[in-house]
Design a protein around this ligand. Structure first.
Ligand SMILES: NC(=O)c1ccc[n+]([C@@H]2O[C@H](COP(=O)([O-])OP(=O)(O)OC[C@H]3O[C@@H](n4cnc5c(N)ncnc54)[C@H](OP(=O)(O)O)[C@@H]3O)[C@@H](O)[C@H]2O)c1
Length: 255
């Protein structure tokens, strides 16, 4: 049964930020199948209520929805405290919110570009900063955040989005260093294309992962510790090549 709060549990609770994301949804199932409690944070409360009920029935774990808007920056400190209180045990964090409008839209409309930066980066910074004292106080925990291969090198087709993911990676590296003394692991996943609503409008992409396969790989990688990792792993050699293409050649490519 889903709870309006979470019952006390010694198992960790995964706080899913952007819980309606197809990737977060699959990761929540993976975590619940391992006995973790789940807090589903996002904007679509009807969806989150349904997900919570489904997780509780399928896996017998406590699961509850929590309202969360990444762009409501001033709400993040109270949100973090509320989540810590609801979890009643150690909290882990899965950060999955994000938007990816067309590059053309970001170029033409300053509001669209600023909204993307705020949703993908500023909101991540403020919510992670608000969660840091909670993680430090509990002296353990795992933070997994979804970066992107798009952050490895600015490409013609999505450099504004890519820049938000590069900034997120840099932030997470320092965040990991800050929290390492408290026993908290921080993992940035450089995700390749995943078959979700975000990629649905795009032409067929190479090495596309399904959300469940991606979530299983993310779960396994998180168990090994923090740092950064390409998922699927094929993107490590691909991005190594792409990063080393000379600029003169790279600028002529339509990628
Ligand atoms: N799919 C890919 O190929 C791919 C590749 C690399 C990285 N990623 C990253 O993976 C993450 C998950 O994406 P996805 O593929 O699962 O796409 P998705 O299904 O479109 O999920 C994105 C989620 O972000 C949420 N979101 C957007 N703005 C928000 C805000 N202001 N406050 C709270 N939530 C907000 C959306 O919530 P609403 O339902 O409320 O709109 C949605 O649930 C994203 O960070 C994305 O950048 C995806």
């Amino acid at each position: 049964m889903s709870d309006s709060g979470m019952s006390a549990t010694t198992n960790p609770t995964w706080l899913m930020l952007g819980a309606s994301s197809a990737v977060a949804r699959a990761f929540a199932r993976e975590a619940a199948s391992h006995g973790a409690g789940i807090l589903l944070a996002g904007r679509d409360m009807d969806d989150l209520e349904r997900q919570a009920a489904d997780l509780a029935i399928r896996h017998g774990v406590p699961a509850a929805p929590v309202p969360f808007d990444a762009r409501d920056l001033g709400s993040h400190r109270a949100f973090a405290e509320d989540c810590a209180a609801r979890a009643g045990g150690p909290l882990n964090v899965f950060l999955a919110f994000g938007v990816m409008p067309d590059q053309a839209e970001a170029d033409a409309d300053p509001d669209a570009a600023a909204a993307m930066v705020e949703a993908n980066f500023t909101g991540a910074v403020t919510v992670l900063a608000a969660l840091a004292p909670v993680l430090e106080a509990q002296g353990q925990g795992t933070v997994v955040a979804l970066g992107s291969v798009a952050g490895d090198r600015g490409r013609k087709r999505n450099y504004t989005y890519g820049a938000t993911k590069a900034a997120l990676l840099t932030y997470l590296q320092g965040y990991a260093a800050r929290l390492s003394g408290a026993g908290v692991k921080v993992l940035c996943i450089k995700a390749g294309p995943v078959d979700t609503g975000m990629t649905w409008p795009l032409p067929k992409l190479p090495f596309m992962a399904s959300p469940p396969a991606f979530a299983r790989a993310a779960w396994a990688r998180a168990a090994k510790g923090g740092g950064d990792a390409y998922i699927p792993g094929i993107w490590w050699p691909v991005m190594t090549i792409i990063r080393h293409i000379p600029t003169r050649v790279f600028n002529r490519l339509n990628i």
